[in-house]
Write a new protein. Structure first.
Length: 316
């Protein structure tokens, strides 16, 4: 019987095939961004730093499966077809339309603190579910100029942190970190929005359009507590809610000050622009603690409000 002599490359190929056959398919916990909407059976390409992470850190090989998302609400399961350097070809094997994002859009308007603290604020609030973050320059901000080089360099880093947090926690849309803006210019955006009226709860009755809710947080004991504000008793009168609409307001803006808090002038301007002062805690909080806590509490209270009065039908 003739003996088959294999070349070195053939032996390496056989060894790789044996590894693949004995390899237990892995499924990455992280999610990775792909561009555009795709259908089952299509091939998508991941390259650059994400490909490096998949190949080097996760040590994934052909046949392994990944979680993918397209930043417009679709999620996918993909199987690695080919790895060529920092290019990975992935076949879509499942497509899902899963609404992981919150009903309410919560925008954190954060006065820029010391830059490492801002990194932590972005990371944690994105994990909780914040929709977007607006960095603000206030009187007590350490950096006064929106065009300061350190801010410009940091913006791309902040958006990268946002993406990495989305990958880790499994969200389907990446929150955008806006360009830093001056506090006074930011308040001008709300000049055309009617001031909050206590008698009409969350709603703007004209055209039945939901009004965005606006809060400025403090540790001032004279301000209303957030728990009291969202209490069921406060909204027990159905006359406060338009009977011919089931739409809830779409956005909530949360103002958080820097180290040292907002000045009295800034707080007064915010209230004039329609922001409701709420007490976050009777304790003095670090700026990063205040940001994370405010996002978590507001999202929790708003979701409870929607479930109580709309899903369970407590209002006629």
């Amino acid at each position: 019987m003739k003996k088959i002599i294999k070349t070195k490359s053939q032996m390496i190929a056989d060894l790789d095939n044996q590894k693949l056959l004995s390899h237990k398919i892995k499924r990455a916990k992280d999610s990775f961004l792909i561009v555009g909407e795709h259908e089952k059976g299509q091939i998508v390409i991941i390259s650059g730093t994400d490909a490096k992470h998949i190949k080097k850190s996760l040590r994934m090989v052909c046949g392994d499966e990944l979680n993918l998302f397209d930043n417009i609400g679709n999620e996918y399961t993909g199987r690695i077809q080919n790895i060529d350097g920092l290019r990975i070809d992935i076949c879509i094997i499942e497509k899902h339309r899963i609404l992981r994002e919150n009903i309410i859009k919560v925008i954190l308007c954060q006065s820029v603190p010391k830059l490492p603290k801002m990194d932590l604020i972005i990371q944690k609030t994105v994990e909780i579910g914040v929709t977007g973050i607006v960095p603000l320059i206030t009187e007590r901000s350490l950096i006064k100029d929106t065009n300061h080089s350190s801010l410009q360099n940091r913006l791309s880093r902040w958006n990268k942190i946002s993406y990495e947090s989305v990958k880790q926690c499994g969200r389907s849309i990446i929150p955008i970190i806006e360009k830093p803006t001056q506090f006074v210019n930011f308040l001008k955006l709300f000049e055309s929005i009617p001031r909050e009226d206590e008698s009409f709860s969350f709603y703007q009755l004209e055209n039945l359009d939901p009004r965005c809710h606006k809060f400025i947080f403090s540790t001032n004991y004279n301000d209303q507590s957030i728990t009291s504000f969202f209490s069921k008793k406060r909204f027990s009168n159905s006359k406060l809610i338009p009977k011919d609409t089931k739409r809830v307001f779409s956005e909530a803006y949360l103002l958080i000050g820097p180290e040292g808090g907002f000045t009295n002038k800034e707080k007064r301007l915010s209230i004039d622009a329609g922001f409701i002062p709420l007490r976050l805690s009777p304790n003095i909080l670090r700026v990063e603690t205040a940001a994370i806590l405010s996002v978590g509490l507001v999202m929790n209270h708003l979701e409870d409000f929607i479930e109580t009065f709309y899903i369970n039908g407590d209002f006629d």
